[in-house]
Design a protein around this ligand. Structure first.
Ligand SMILES: *Cc1c(COP(=O)(O)O)cnc(C)c1O
Length: 418
């Protein structure tokens, strides 16, 4: 059987949880969850919304061994009319299907899952905190439930949705606010190194498959230890400049990457890396490109309406970044994604790739976290009055948040859950 939303079975909890004042993002979960099971004989089971509960899995279950596991991340905000809204949700449903196909998990009808998701959000809407910028974070996911240790595709699967109340991601002051360190202005600080690779041609970087994320935790710890927030992932490419090793900028941790450049004609270029199979096709990324393109019709608040924003999906190399920074053309560097929305980059530490590195592979840092002789730090332009966001970043973020929170209708981007 296909996944059939018209058969959705709803069992409400008889024991709703109290909602504590200081809810923890990602820890507290709402009262209900969605579950459907797949097996090759019967297809999808009757989908169910039922009280949130633990799972019971046999220790040989496929996902516990071979990362047959894919996921999505979405948010539901309460609009001015009090109703919950989700942002471009069908895109997440389609992406979950493509991710599942990449690890040989079964497909399902994206529209059917969306109908079930809308129902789940409506049932648990009391969990959206009544505070500005608060929401519930939605985690649809699928796991391979084949019970056998053979290294084979999982023909059985479980599709679930769980939800957790969330607030804006507040940033603690940077680790390196010593007088000698570069100024900190609420930006995300990135460490660009070559010894870690997030994704590669022919790999799974374009999909939200669980196996992509565990290998990022050790690099993230390395970045933290060096006084940065995230790794700026690079990919070596020897075809760009014959005879020279170039490093393509791909993503920052699990966020898509953008730069804003001043053009000679006074306009602006907004550039993000091309979807070459190593970049996750973010829905925030897509929306940022579309909102920038709409600037000439519906100007962003903080950008002069007569200034054109030319958006591009281009290769960005580390040498491009260094050159633009040196020439003063690099106006803004942004990271984007559902969790962070749009945030400014504060500084980028670039390991000098032509020099020898320490045994752990990293260029040594000075005691205070400032650049060592083997590291070259690009400090981004500072916009302290607007929490580090420059005019383009600020304009895009305001526009996006106004749409997501239901204050500004924009095509059919928001779906009301009722
Ligand atoms: C989820 C994710 C993003 C952001 O995608 P959105 O659809 O905007 O949330 C970017 N990069 C990676 C690696 C991701 O997993």
């Amino acid at each position: 059987m296909e996944l059939d939303a018209s058969k959705l079975k709803v069992t409400l909890t008889s024991n709703p949880k109290p909602i504590s004042k200081d809810i923890m993002f990602g820890q507290d979960t709402t009262d209900h969850m969605f579950v459907a099971n797949y097996d090759p004989v019967n297809g999808w089971s009757v989908p169910e919304i039922k009280p949130y509960a633990r799972l019971s899995l046999d220790p040989t279950t496929s996902c516990l061994h071979y990362a047959t596991s894919v996921f999505e991340g979405m948010k539901a905000y309460r609009g001015p009319d009090g109703k919950p809204r989700i942002f471009r949700p069908i895109k997440n449903m389609h992406r979950l299907v493509t991710s599942a196909e990449r690890v040989a998990l079964p497909a399902f009808d994206p529209e059917a899952l969306l109908k079930c998701l809308i129902r789940l959000v409506a049932i648990d809407e009391r969990w959206i905190p009544n505070l500005p910028e608060h929401c519930i974070y939605i985690r649809p996911f699928m796991i391979g439930t084949r019970e056998a240790l053979g290294v084979l595709p999982s023909e059985e699967a479980m599709l679930l949705i769980v939800m957790s109340p969330a607030g804006p991601i507040f940033k603690k002051p940077s680790l390196t606010t010593t007088p000698t360190a570069p100024p900190s202005f609420h930006g995300v600080n990135l460490l660009a190194v070559t010894q870690f690779t997030r994704a590669w041609p022919g790999g799974t970087g374009a999909h939200k498959v669980a196996g992509n994320y565990a290998p990022g935790f050790q690099p993230q710890k390395t970045a933290k230890a060096a006084g940065y927030d995230q790794i700026l992932y690079l990919l070596e490419d020897t075809t760009i400049t014959p005879g020279k090793r170039e490093y393509k900028v791909t993503e920052a941790g699990v966020m898509n990457f953008f730069v804003v450049l001043r053009r000679e004609d006074g306009d602006l270029d907004l550039i993000t890396p091309t979807l070459d199979g190593t970049i996750l096709p973010g829905i925030t990324r897509l929306s940022v490109l579309e909102l920038a393109n709409a600037h000439s019709r519906s100007p962003l608040d903080s950008v002069d309406p007569s200034t054109k924003i030319h958006s591009h999906e281009w290769t960005i190399t580390l040498s491009d970044l260094t050159e633009w920074h040196r020439d003063g053309r690099l106006l803004e560097v942004l990271v984007v994604g559902t969790a962070i929305v749009i945030a400014p980059v504060g500084r980028i530490g670039v390991q000098r790739v032509d020099e020898s590195v320490t045994p752990n592979g990293l260029a040594p840092m000075a005691e205070n976290g400032a650049a060592s002789s083997k590291e070259h730090v690009l400090v981004m332009p500072s916009y302290p009055a607007t929490a580090g966001l420059g005019p383009v970043g600020m304009g895009l973020k305001t526009r996006l948040v106004d749409i997501q929170e239901g204050r500004l209708p924009w095509d059919d981007w928001c779906v009301v859950c009722q």
